[in-house]
Design a protein around this ligand. Structure first.
Ligand SMILES: Nc1ncnc2c1ncn2[C@@H]1O[C@H](COP(=O)(O)OP(=O)(O)O)[C@@H](O)[C@H]1O
Ligand SMILES: [Mg+2]
Length: 353
């Protein structure tokens, strides 16, 4: 059987011949290219979109402007309905704007944090009414994030509680309006929102669960934990290791029960490939966000800080039975080979999706 032809489309790949260069692949992850090349029997990159059996839109959301979206959209118009497109740009807002993501999920009966969206126009013209809205939201939820709807890496997020003073709240709103105004000319879906803070379930240690889904199948999953209010995998230190092992073990045993819901949550957004993040309360997910282009610290370097990573490496033989999910995610070259092989099988086994 001939290998499947894939065409990558994204902002960074540029146009014309440069788009062929894998070194330009947007959000390239460590050993991804090597894994892709290992799958050469099954899948190869093509230079011209017209020769593609499948197209993968790899645009990093936070760097994608309205103009970029238009350009990508124009390139895709001819192929919709005939060539499968991974993460079509026409569902961009579904994952990029957190309030749209939450709204889609809520309509499909997924649990999400409570939220409200604040209109920038209203904030400018009826500032005190909007401050009242924020105050009421804080009163209802006790702890909240005031945040922009489309930033990553914890940018544009301010934690407010019922103990925050009016001056702190107004200052936070002012600060974030300025951020929004900076983004609005190029990213017109930018909004300000209030989101309920989901309390940790266990002794002030927050646990966040992350699953990578690829065409209705789970490719990998792991959980991270921290005492911090806002954190990512990179923030885990040696003090978090024992909890990390415990929750990943638990996650492995919960997975069969969660699997269908997780896959459905990704399908609801319209992504073919995505990382989805959630909390777990009473064995049920509370959805937090979806990233179509994962590639953060865990993908590049592994879990936690240097000591954390060393611990996992040194104790691999002892731990891999309990937390195989963690070690699978770190087997990068093989992991990406599997990812690309799965894209190829999907193409061969389905007519169009
Ligand atoms: N509603 C929430 N409740 C509790 N913690 C949250 C909530 N929203 C965000 N966080 C914390 O902030 C971090 C970053 O928020 P997130 O929405 O995942 O944006 P990003 O990962 O793109 O920076 C999360 O990893 C989590 O630690
Ligand atoms: Mg996140």
């Amino acid at each position: 059987m001939n290998p499947v032809s894939i065409y990558f489309i994204g902002k960074k790949q540029g146009v014309g011949l440069r788009r062929f260069r894998l070194s330009k692949l947007e959000n390239r992850r460590h050993l991804e290219i090597e894994g892709f090349q290992d799958a050469f029997q099954y899948i190869r990159q093509v230079r011209f979109i017209k020769n593609a059996d499948i197209i993968w839109v790899r645009a990093r959301p936070e760097h994608t402007t309205d103009y970029d979206r238009k350009v990508i959209d124009k390139h895709l118009t001819k192929f919709r309905g005939t060539v499968p497109i991974i993460n079509d740009i026409n569902i961009f807002d579904n994952y990029d704007c957190k309030e749209i993501t939450f709204n889609i999920w809520k309509n499909k009966n997924f649990q999400c944090p409570d939220y409200i969206t604040l209109s920038i126009d209203k904030l400018k013209n009826q500032f005190s009414e909007t401050v009242d809205e924020v105050n009421q939201f804080i009163k209802k939820n006790n702890k909240i994030f005031l945040r922009t709807n489309n930033e990553t890496a914890a940018n544009g997020m301010i934690f407010l509680t019922k103990y925050s003073s009016q001056a702190e709240i107004i200052n936070a709103i002012d600060k974030l309006i300025k951020r929004c105004e900076k983004f609005l000319p190029k990213r017109s879906s930018t909004r300000l929102m209030c989101v309920e803070y989901i309390e940790p379930q266990d002794n002030n240690i927050q646990e966040i669960f992350r699953v990578h889904v690829l065409f209705n199948k789970i490719l990998s999953f792991y959980a991270v934990n921290s005492k911090n209010i806002v954190f990512h995998n990179i923030d885990m230190t040696e003090y978090d290791i024992s909890k990390f092992i415990k929750i990943n073990k638990k996650f492995c045993s919960l997975m069969p029960e969660l699997e269908k819901q997780i896959i459905d949550s990704v399908n609801a957004i319209g992504c073919k490939i995505a990382a989805v993040e959630f909390f777990i309360k009473d064995n049920k997910p509370i959805m937090l966000e979806i990233n179509p282009m994962w590639g953060g610290h865990a993908s590049q370097h592994g879990f936690g800080n240097n000591m954390f990573q060393k611990y996992l490496k040194d104790n691999k033989n002892k731990l891999k039975k309990d937390i195989p999910n963690v070690y699978w995610f770190m087997k990068k070259r093989l992991y990406y080979k599997k990812l690309y092989k799965s894209i190829s099988s999907h193409c061969i086994n389905t007519t169009i999706s």
